[in-house]
Design a protein around this ligand. Structure first.
Ligand SMILES: [Mn+2]
Length: 440
């Protein structure tokens, strides 16, 4: 092995295995049961106090036990899959093999071009090879087992155990996966607070190492850290998104300080991201209006479809691999910054998506990246109950403090409906309180 750690490899191991944390990040030391500021703030997403050590403690024992099973294991990512799912599957299977346990990784799709600097192709087993083998355990990472391809489906039906590790709002059951409860154990670990599934894989690996007689050694750590850092880079859009949790950035800072990861090489496939000038200029096209509706401050943001398409097209001239979602996320980052400054009770973002111009100018592959309808929207509310109610009134859905969906309407029509809903709701609330009926 020629490419071992450059300088202080043990520091990376220390951070991950011993839970020793970067001295510069005291917030990472926050205990698991520290009250997250869920109720206090809202429109900016919840700032998690969960650090690497706490993630490690959160790994369910059943997951650690299943992942240390000595029998053959297949680790599967979502198809077609993004970098997080590919890298998480590869890292977990590499970690297993480094612990001298058998493991194959499989995604029913070619790896995305962003991962070209990583050399993971040899780790990924083709469908035909998966079909030729039998597995005691099938692990789904970054997906709920519904989009995995026929070879993984067949492997899952024959397995003794299925494990799901995900950071999406998924709820897999024996029934949803088509498994026989008498034949197959199902172990699910879901953490929607994790910035990437890779963080859950990292925590799982740390726990596996702590409970295993074997050691990962330096090369083992490097081989798993590279894909995991790439995955986190991808899911946090370059570690830059304002939605990235401080704990995730702290963990990354700690790992990068160890110089265990050659960032330039492993991220070379991601290109240069959105060019700075585009990133600085185009959000000025996002329309913003604040209103007071009853007792609530409401901020309406509209991202015109043509502004997003123009910015995407300009950005693609220099970074061809950029997707429509990359540009959308940069809009949402801008909105999130404004929401922090304005501190509204309700924020509604309406994003123009699939329209005549998109259909006329984009290639079929590019068009496929857009939502299926003319409008995509999201809502954030200080009142936890309001977001899912408002989002479903607008034709979408949600969870406490946040919601969203797609719509056939023009942005102005959607905004009008939202305004009407908020007015009516407050009138009802006034009516109720005047008659002492309690909250609605
Ligand atoms: Mn992910």
């Amino acid at each position: 092995m020629s490419s071992l750690f450059v300088t202080t490899p043990s520091r990376a191991q220390q951070i991950l295995v011993d839970g020793a944390l970067p001295a510069t990040s005291p917030e990472l030391e926050a205990p698991l049961d520290a009250p997250a500021d869920v109720a206090a703030t809202y429109c900016p997403l919840v700032r998690s106090t969960i650090g690497p050590d706490a993630w490690k403690q959160r790994v369910p024992d059943a997951v650690v036990k299943a992942l240390l099973d000595p029998g053959p294991m297949l680790v599967v990512g979502d198809a077609p899959g993004d970098p997080d799912c590919f890298c998480s599957a590869v890292a977990l299977s590499r970690g297993r093999r480094a612990l001298e346990l058998p493991a194959d990784a499989h995604v029913d799709a070619p790896p995305p071009s962003q991962l070209s600097g990583l050399e993971i192709d040899a780790d990924l087993l083709a469908s035909r090879e998966v079909r030729a083998r039998r597995y005691d355990t099938v692990v789904f990472v970054d997906n709920d087992g519904t989009r995995v391809g026929p070879a993984a489906e067949a492997a899952m039906r024959d397995a003794k155990r299925v494990v799901v590790i995900d950071h999406h709002e998924v709820d897999p059951t024996h029934a949803s996966l088509g498994l026989d409860p008498a034949k197959t154990d199902l172990v699910v670990w879901k953490e929607t607070d994790a910035d990437a599934a890779a963080l859950l894989v990292l925590a799982s690996l740390s726990r596996m190492v702590a409970s295993s007689p074997a050691s990962l050694l330096q090369h083992g750590w490097q081989s798993v850290l590279e894909p995991l850092v790439s995955a986190i880079y991808s899911d946090t859009r370059g570690f830059e998104s304002t939605r990235t949790k401080p704990t995730t950035l702290g963990l990354l800072r700690g790992l990068l300080d160890t110089q265990a990861v050659d960032l330039t090489r492993i991220l070379s496939g991601f290109g240069d991201g959105i060019p700075r000038d585009v990133l600085n200029a185009w959000p000025s096209k996002i329309e913003e209006r604040t209103e007071t509706i009853g007792a609530m401050d409401v901020a309406f943001f509209t991202v015109p479809s043509e502004a997003l398409l123009d910015a995407w097209s300009t950005a693609r001239e220099r970074t061809p691999e950029l997707t429509w979602s990359d540009l959308l996320f940069s809009a949402l980052d801008h909105v999130e910054g404004r929401v922090r400054e304005l501190d509204p009770d309700v924020a509604l973002v309406a994003v123009g998506a699939r329209d005549d111009r998109a259909t006329a100018t984009l290639t079929p592959e590019q068009l496929d990246q857009l939502p299926p309808k003319p409008l995509k929207f999201s809502v954030r509310t200080k009142d936890g109950d309001l977001a899912p109610l408002l989002a479903s009134a607008l034709g979408g859905g949600g969870k406490p403090h946040q919601g969203g969906g797609v719509s056939e309407e023009a942005p102005a029509t959607l905004t009008d409906r939202a305004r009407k809903y908020l007015v009516e709701r407050q009138e009802l609330a006034r009516f109720a309180s005047a008659r002492n009926l309690g909250g609605l």
